[in-house]
Structures are given as structure tokens and as C-alpha cells.
Design a protein. Structure first.
Length: 250
């Protein structure tokens, strides 16, 4: 996809690490000017340095509707019009149902559903006709993995938005699709709060359930996102592309 996004602008939320950073780099390598968001200023600045001198890095919390409105207003003030949006930022807090706290549930839905939904609303005035929105879903919405009730429910809600938003936004020339990763080797696994040996054990157990017998890479998900955002996928609307090494399919 060399230079297929030349002259285009792409926004990647959570573009300062993992899948988000890999996708931001892929957009930049394909010629796009890239806008990234994240909560951590230090990693944002480091990531922006890799994306070229026209990159825009905005400190923003995906779970904050106010932050989303400020982001859209900032881009509008700078005359930025978007051609691609990857709503990637999210959190995963795993807990058995008997230990789930209301605060954790609310934080999960604010970050994974509410914030991104209202960000889409705020971005509508600066989305070009023909723009593509890609949502980062998860196979957890489908497979019923224990201890993922809040996370899985939030991703199921997010995936549902692809169809309903597509029905509303097609008249504006805007497509919405989902990429749903399976287990991907990202820093997210290191942030689960488990001891290192437990993280390793969990990772080994998960890997054994993947028919390909390996974790996916952020770059593989980035390739899927760029395809869904590119003109070549113009006939694909309201669809979920599952990239999970066969974990939910076989």
C-alpha cells in the first residue's frame, strides 16, 4: 500500500503504543499525515517523532467525552480534515463477576464505548466524504472467555455500532467497519497487574488455544486496518474482519 494514503490524514486513538502505534506507522509509511492520541505525554512525543514532522500528537483520554470534543475542536481549528479514523484506544480489566466493581464497569464502558461514540459525533464536521472509520473490536465479544464480562460486553456493544453507524453515515459518504483481533503480542498483557510468571502462564494457556499456535503481531492488525480504510475496500460496509489465528473460528 505504498503511498496509497498520500495527501490523506488519518487519526489513530491510542496511537502511542501497541496496535495503535503500529497502525499509525503503517498509515505514515503509506503517505498519510497522522494524528495520534494517548494519555501519556512522554510516549506520545516519542511516537510522534517516528511519524514525521507533520504528525500531530494530542494528549487525550478516550474515556472522556470532554477530551474528545476538545480533540475535534483542535483539529477543526487547525483546518484538519480526516480521511481515516481508527478508534483503537481501549482498556481491559479482567475480573470474575463476583469481584466486579461498578467503577471498573463504568470505566470500561466509558473508555471502550461511550468516549469513542461521542468522538465520532464530534468528528463528523471534519470527516471528508469517502472517509473510513475502523473500530477496534475483539473476539472476546464472541467467545465467552471467563473473567471478561465487562470487557467482552463493551466490545460487543462497540462492534454493534459498525452496522448502526453505517446505516446513518453512508449518506455522508462515510463507511464504518470493525477489525476484531484475537490475542496480539502487545504491552497490554504486561499491564494486567499479574506477576511476570503468571502473565507468562496466562500467555501460554492462551497460545495453546490458537490454531496457528502463536500470538498475532500489531503489524498484522495494522495491515487489516489499512485495508478497511483504503479505497480498495469501498464495497465493504458495516462488516467485522476477524483476525485471530482461527481462535474463534475453528
Amino acid at each position: 500500500m505504498a503511498h496509497i494514503f498520500a495527501g490523506k490524514v488519518a487519526l489513530v486513538t491510542g496511537g502511542n503504543s501497541g496496535i495503535g502505534l503500529a497502525t499509525a506507522l503503517a498509515f505514515a509509511n503509506a503517505g498519510a499525515r497522522v494524528v495520534i492520541t494517548g494519555r501519556d505525554r512522554t510516549t506520545l512525543d516519542k511516537s510522534a517523532a517516528q511519524l514525521g514532522n507533520q504528525a500531530i500528537a494530542v494528549q487525550s483520554d478516550s474515556g472522556s467525552v470532554s477530551d474528545g470534543n476538545k480533540l475535534a475542536a483542535l483539529l477543526q481549528q487547525q483546518g484538519v480534515k480526516l480521511d481515516a479514523v481508527f478508534l483503537n484506544a481501549g482498556i481491559s480489566k479482567f475480573s470474575p463477576v463476583e469481584a466486579m466493581e461498578e467503577q471498573t464497569w463504568d470505566m470500561t464502558f466509558n473508555t471502550n464505548v461511550k468516549g469513542p461514540y461521542f468522538l465520532i459525533k464530534a468528528l463528523l464536521p471534519i470527516l471528508n466524504s469517502g472517509a473510513a472509520i475502523v473500530l477496534n473490536g475483539s473476539i472476546n465479544a464472541h467467545i465467552g472467555m471467563p473473567n471478561t464480562t465487562a470487557y467482552a460486553a463493551s466490545k460487543a456493544a462497540f462492534i454493534s455500532l459498525a452496522k448502526t453507524l453505517s446505516a446513518e453515515l453512508l449518506s455522508r459518504g462515510i463507511r464504518v467497519n470493525v477489525v476484531s483481533p484475537g490475542p496480539i503480542r502487545t504491552p497490554l498483557y504486561d499491564r494486567l497487574g499479574f506477576p511476570a510468571e503468571q502473565v507468562s502462564e496466562v500467555a501460554s494457556n492462551i497460545q495453546a488455544q490458537i490454531p496457528l499456535k502463536r500470538f498475532g503481531t500489531p503489524e498484522e492488525i495494522a495491515s487489516a486496518v489499512l485495508y478497511l480504510a483504503a479505497p480498495e475496500s469501498a464495497f465493504i460496509v458495516g462488516t467485522e474482519l476477524v483476525a485471530d489465528g482461527g481462535m474463534s473460528q475453528l
